[in-house]
Design a protein. Structure first.
Length: 66
């Protein structure tokens, strides 16, 4: 039976030809703390030793749309 070169192939066939099948992903530690700020609590997220502040609660607290 001849093979039709225009027939679609399954994605799994192409994926099985990849040289790297799995990569190890390390879980990052994420911690949160609440800090008093002008009479409210401000949530600080510590990710990889750097502080981040979620902006949506701040924007909503200022009466703006997020």
């Amino acid at each position: 039976m001849p093979i039709n070169s225009e027939a679609p192939t399954a994605g799994t066939v192409e994926a099985s030809n990849l040289s790297v099948m799995l990569e190890k992903t390390d879980m990052n530690t994420i911690s949160t703390i609440n800090v008093p700020f002008h009479g409210n609590n401000l949530c600080i997220v510590n990710h990889d030793g750097r502080p981040y502040v979620p902006m949506k609660p701040i924007v909503e607290g200022m009466g703006l749309s997020a």
